[in-house]
Design a protein around this ligand. Structure first.
Ligand code: GLU
Ligand code: ZN
Length: 300
């Protein structure tokens, strides 16, 4: 059996909020309860969308919340050579192609690329690079969500692996880096469920091992909106670490004892590791944040 290697892979387009804490905590507890490693990877692929100070703020928040990672932080911004080499290879093998479609041409396709440039033989410079997808259904068994499947041709279409402006796409980088770092277990937010089949296809294409997946239900606003996109909880405050960790344990369906409400960060995490039960997550589906037990002195 391979030793467990988990990871947290935040994007520095903002600071961590309660929703990201829930995902980070689940990933951390799952790794530690298995006696595994927990790695940290900064997914800084998109400098124009990066918020100043977010990288340092994320590391500081994880540290304040006792979520200590193993080894050095990896940065996707330092991995461009690996991404480029792969893209060149896929392009030369005819598995990827250049797409010159304008935003206007892509309108009305609901994000499912119709294959317009598939056989056009465009020059890859000043063009997006898309990966051809097979007309096949990819599926996996998520540890919480159960079976999830997607027909790549109908539900995704050929997808971008390098943008026209030269930025590398998340789908490509995440697959390459998880394999490069030896990640065996991916625990992340359910907003990435429908990216997973594309990632499975890339793993198959590149001959990479498929990790296990656990997608954590999203924390939503009372009106059903997901936290973290338009609506954001405030950045995680250092002085609220212990109560917010307790709240995050509730959000993950863990049977938190009342006494934990006044515990320290180390005690809360110690309890979490000792009692971690991933199966309980299945009982909590898209909890409105307001429905979580309130924590005294806490303003969200
Ligand atoms: N960087 C991605 C995000 O912050 C997560 C990537 C992943 O966990 O696969 O949404
Ligand atoms: Zn095109």
């Amino acid at each position: 059996m391979t030793a467990y290697i988990g990871r947290f892979a935040p994007t520095p387009s903002g600071f961590l909020h309660f929703g990201s804490l829930v995902a980070a905590l689940a990933s951390y507890l799952d790794a530690r309860a298995a006696g595994g490693q927990w790695l940290l990877r900064m997914e800084d692929l998109d400098p124009p969308r990066e918020v100043a100070g977010a990288q340092a703020g994320i590391l500081q928040a994880l540290d304040n919340y006792g979520l200590h990672w193993d080894g050095e932080v990896e940065h996707q911004s330092l991995r461009h050579a690996a991404y480029e080499e792969l893209i060149q290879r896929l392009f030369q093998q005819g598995l990827a192609y250049a797409c010159t479609c304008s935003r206007k041409q892509l309108e009305g396709t609901h994000g499912i690329y119709q294959g317009t440039c598939r056989n056009a033989g465009h020059d890859p410079h000043d063009a997006a690079i898309r990966l051809r997808v097979p007309e096949l259904t990819y599926h996996f068994i998520d540890r919480v969500q159960g079976r999830f499947e997607q027909h790549l041709g109908h539900e995704s279409g050929d997808f971008v692996i390098r943008r026209r402006d030269g930025l590398y796409a998340y789908q490509l980088a995440v697959v390459l880096d998880d394999a490069w770092q030896g990640v065996t277990d991916i625990v992340r937010g359910a907003d990435l469920l429908d990216s997973t089949p594309r990632q499975l296809y890339l793993q198959e294409l590149l001959g990479l091992a498929q990790p296990r997946y656990l997608h954590v239900p999203l924390i939503t606003q009372p009106d059903g909106h997901k936290l973290g996109k338009r609506y954001r909880s405030p950045p995680l405050q250092a002085d609220q670490a212990a109560p917010l960790l307790v709240r995050a344990l509730h959000a993950l369906g863990q049977a938190v004892p009342a006494g934990l409400a006044r515990a320290s960060v180390a005690e809360v995490l110690g309890w979490g590791v000792a009692h971690w039960d991933a199966a309980c997550i299945a009982k909590v589906q898209a909890l409105p944040e307001a429905d979580l037990p309130s924590v005294s002195g806490l303003s969200l």
